[in-house]
Design a protein around this ligand. Structure first.
Ligand SMILES: Cc1ncc(COP(=O)(O)O)c(C=O)c1O
Length: 499
């Protein structure tokens, strides 16, 4: 049904006039955000229903006495968050499945938070969007590594030593972006293994990728600035960038990764990418596309945030150098994590800050987060210097290569159907089975979740596009004895769905 522009406008104007309402003048938000909030409420309260066609931006602008740019910005943000969908030549529609209506394969304890009156608009987006699995360590959750093999006794010895000798300054905050020897060890590793061009001064030790993203977003963009985000995208990045008030502009991923030529909308201030193993699809960005992306960033004068989360694990073909290594302009911020090679609860990652902004990054890191944990960082530096990190890498690479091979073999029957395509198996800790559009990947994921198998639906990672179906299957934490029987269940459930 097409919504009457005047009826909708009446509702929106009332919402925008309520002095202390979330879309009201007292909210302190710019006009486009107030309009966004009013339209979102119209959908959540059922005044706009799934499938309704919205009036054109021109009509809305006229009826609301707002500029067309303001209306377009609000509609784009609602599109980026999955509330609206545009059909070329036909118009803008309320999405059939609104984002709050159960995006995930797992039941969420907080489903229906729209009724929680205390949450901000941003807060609602944060808790309602697809996010982490409630239980990460069951077969085949994509993401986690097998940290059950982490050398705990050795780690404890190293930590004890650093605690025994802890001088008072080791118990203080750190103003230099982290423990010096750890920053140097990370710089050496990145130079050799990932072809990153950097000085150790550029390395900041963070509490992981989320904090690195947040720090970059806080320092390099203002609230309301546009950020290109891969479509489909990593939920963690969506959340961190949303929390910083950025306007997400989904850019479709094709067989070569994110395609800058397919981007539309305002020029981005930031570009978030996972070029070496696109999360979730697993696509690897070839050199030509990397150069196109760097050129697009240069034209827009944008910063690139390169999330290189699992490049340590490459199984087929030559290692791929980082995007940062190709960057002559100094516009790539490189983000890495120890969550995969060591363990996620360690909460240590690193950020290579732009050379010219190192002092600003250190100061903001200190002012925003009061970073510390120097004895922990010292133990990790020693762990790396003594060769334990390299050993852990060698050991885990072998483990995951074997699990990946086992999984691929068990999935063979699906790969012969001609209807299922395998992507992203050359690297990392997960692969992606692409399924035909006719298949409901969320229903498959739900069915398997009920059996304790936690694959994730590819469509749930999509922001704007509706043309992707598939399953993400992680083999990092999958215990060898469970791979075959669990994969057999995946094969059976998918085969049934394909019939
Ligand atoms: C795309 C992506 N980036 C980064 C990370 C790691 O994040 P963190 O350092 O916050 O553990 C993950 C973890 O699964 C990931 O999938």
């Amino acid at each position: 049904m097409t919504q009457s522009s005047t009826l909708l406008a009446d509702y929106v104007l009332t919402e925008m006039a309520r002095p202390d309402g979330p879309a009201g003048p007292g909210s302190g938000l710019p006009l486009n955000r107030r309009l966004y909030e009013a339209l979102r409420r119209a959908m959540l309260e059922g005044r706009l229903s799934a499938g309704d066609r919205l009036p054109s931006s021109r009509e809305l602008a006229q009826d609301l006495h707002l500029s067309r740019n303001t209306v377009v910005a609000a509609l784009e943000q609602l599109g980026a968050e999955g509330y609206l969908v545009s059909r070329v030549g036909s118009g803008t529609y309320v999405h059939e499945q609104l984002p709050h209506a159960g995006m995930g394969a797992r039941p969420r304890a907080h489903a229906g938070t729209t009724r929680l009156p205390g949450l901000s608009g941003r807060g609602r987006v944060l808790v309602e969007r697809y996010g982490a699995c409630a239980l990460e360590i069951q077969p085949f959750t994509p993401g986690p590594a097998d940290f059950s093999a982490f050398p705990v006794a050795l780690w404890q010895r190293l930590q004890n030593r650093h605690w025994r000798n802890a001088r008072p300054e080791m118990l203080d905050y750190t103003t230099s972006g982290g423990y010096g020897p750890l920053r140097r060890a990370v710089a050496d590793y990145l130079r050799v293994s990932r072809s990153v061009r950097l000085d150790p001064e550029q390395v900041l030790i963070t509490t992981g990728t989320q904090q690195s993203l947040e720090l970059c977003a806080q320092l390099l963009a203002d609230a309301g600035d546009a950020v290109w985000i891969e479509d489909p995208a990593y939920w963690g990045a969506i959340k961190a960038l949303t929390a910083c008030g950025l306007q997400l502009q989904p850019v479709p991923v094709d067989g070569d990764g994110v395609d800058p030529a397919a981007a539309s909308g305002t020029a981005p201030r930031l570009i978030y990418v996972t070029p070496s193993h696109q999360y979730p699809s697993g696509v690897v960005m070839p050199l030509v596309r990397r150069q196109a992306l760097l050129a697009a960033a240069a034209r827009a004068n944008a910063w690139i945030l390169e999330d290189d989360y699992d490049s340590e694990f490459r199984f087929d073909g030559a290692p791929i150098a980082s995007l940062s290594g190709l960057d002559d302009d100094g516009r790539v911020c490189y983000l890495g994590t120890f969550s995969k090679v060591l363990y996620p609860g360690l909460k240590l990652g690193y950020l290579v800050a732009p050379r010219a902004l190192v002092d600003a990054f250190r100061q903001a890191h200190y002012d925003l987060y009061r970073p510390g944990q120097l004895p922990l960082q010292a133990a990790l530096a020693e762990f790396i210097e003594m060769g334990h990190f390299a050993a852990a890498l060698r050991r885990t690479r072998q483990t995951y290569a074997a699990r990946r091979a086992q999984l691929l073999q068990a999935l063979e029957p699906l790969l012969h159907t001609g209807q299922v395509q395998l992507t992203g198996a050359a690297q990392g800790l997960h692969l992606c089975l692409r399924l035909p559009l006719s298949v409901d990947d969320r229903a498959i994921a739900e069915q398997l979740a009920a059996e304790g198998i936690s694959v994730r639906p590819l469509s749930a990672y999509c922001l704007q596009r509706r043309d992707l179906r598939g399953l993400l299957i992680g083999y990092g934490y999958a215990q060898p004895q469970l791979i075959e029987p669990c994969a057999r269940r995946i094969v059976a459930v998918v085969q049934q769905a394909l019939r």
